[in-house]
Design a protein around this ligand. Structure first.
Ligand SMILES: [Zn+2]
Length: 395
């Protein structure tokens, strides 16, 4: 028996259990008053007060003066001596924000719908207010936010810092996103497209951990991919590598928002899926189609299966070029699992070179819709580490 651990039932083991209960509650629920901690844990006010005093003395929690129900109250939160990092990830219809102590420890997160044709400054300012609200709820000063990873659902040109195609996200045209986001947040930011961020998330904490050569495909309203080569994200010469959504599948097909015809996006994007179902299913949403497919609706299953087939065609070319070990598929549409992945896998087996097609494993992503937020936090974490190393070198 380990002599350092107290005997069961002893006073010190009770104290240890109470400390852990208070700590677990603050870890999972964020900033709380002592009254709220007592309500959540069922411990007495006096016990909570003692535990909070000890945790504060050990530097584990921070105490911030505030109010509760109009009365003065101290807010207890996990201490973050290295400051906090943030994520701000734009989708076609919403923005999600998160504040975290590290990429593995999200302290609080929220989302807000955005109009489809919103202007960049409107989106950035609204998201900056959401982050400021989260910081305040957590008891952090704005200055404690040290870096933010920003995700945009479009290719980003690494030279101009702008959206790399004039037809995608029209409200963001001509805007240097990193500069505009830095102005809105008043903290250093790094911008990448959400498919790349999802790939970074899955590489660091999901399905692609330890994989050297891989593709992560993000399928939501549109489709994009992040390429992992030799264990790190490959962005290409102008930052727009991995744009699988704009690979031509049918050169006489529908006109794409990028200006080309018959891109994969025009075949498997949500607009194409909903159009195909309109005659039989009326005005359904992508979410409806996914839940109906899972419930056994054969038309929804067929349309998603066809999308998997088209995805497999586009991926076959990429598999031949890059010979990846693994392909993970995430985003909303991946929730249907094998209904999408099965046809994609069969098409790759049929169309790719046998040696390349047989050596690649196709799996669902494990981080779900949060992969891009976690990827954005990894970008922010790297920025904070680089800044801290630079600060140490100067000191
Ligand atoms: Zn296109």
């Amino acid at each position: 028996m380990n002599s350092a651990s107290p005997a069961p039932g002893s006073q010190s083991s009770l104290r240890e259990r109470n400390l852990l209960r208070v700590l677990d509650t603050v870890t999972s629920l964020g900033s709380l008053t002592q009254v709220e901690i007592a309500e959540q844990t069922g411990l007495s006010a006096a016990t909570v007060s003692n535990m909070v005093r000890d945790l504060h003395a050990a530097g584990v929690v921070s105490l911030t003066p505030g109010t509760r129900n109009g009365r003065r109250a101290v807010h207890v939160a996990l201490a973050t001596p290295d400051g906090v990092i943030g994520a701000m990830v734009f989708g076609d219809r919403d923005v999600r924000v998160a504040v975290a102590a590290s990429p593995e420890r999200i302290l609080s997160s929220t989302r807000m719908p955005l109009p489809a044709e919103h202007a960049a400054d409107e989106g950035l300012n609204r998201a900056a207010i959401l982050i400021a609200d989260l910081l305040e709820q957590l008891g952090h000063e704005p200055s404690e936010l040290l870096a933010v990873g920003v995700g945009i659902p479009a290719p980003i040109d690494s030279v101009s810092g702008q959206v790399g195609s004039s037809g995608i996200l029209p409200g963001w045209r001509g805007v240097d996103i990193e500069v505009a986001a830095g102005d809105a947040l008043r903290t250093p930011t790094q911008v990448d497209n959400t498919a790349n961020l999802a790939a970074i998330g899955e590489l660091n904490a999901g399905a692609l951990q330890g994989v050297q050569d891989a593709i992560h495909v993000k399928m939501s309203y549109g489709v994009g991919a992040g390429l992992i080569i030799d264990g790190s994200l490959y962005r290409g010469s102008a930052g727009t590598a991995g744009e699988i959504g704009h690979v031509t599948i049918d050169d006489r097909g529908a006109v794409c928002r990028c200006g080309n015809r018959g891109c994969l996006d025009t075949v498997v994007g949500s607009a194409a899926i909903l159009d195909a179902l309109r005659p039989t299913h009326g005005g359904v949403t992508l979410k409806d189609v996914i839940s109906r497919a899972l419930a056994g609706d054969t038309a929804c299953q067929r349309v998603l299966g066809d999308a998997g087939d088209a995805l497999g065609s586009a991926l076959s070319a990429v598999v031949n070029l890059l010979n990846p070990q693994m392909i993970s598929v995430g985003g909303q549409m991946a929730r249907v699992g094998e209904l999408l992945l099965g046809p994609a896998r069969r098409t790759i087996e049929r169309c790719a070179l046998p040696s390349a097609g047989q050596s690649v494993t196709i799996v669902p992503g494990v981080l779900g819709d949060e992969a891009d937020v976690i990827g954005a936090l990894h970008l922010a974490h790297e920025m904070r580490e680089t800044a801290q190393r630079a600060g140490l070198a100067l000191a």
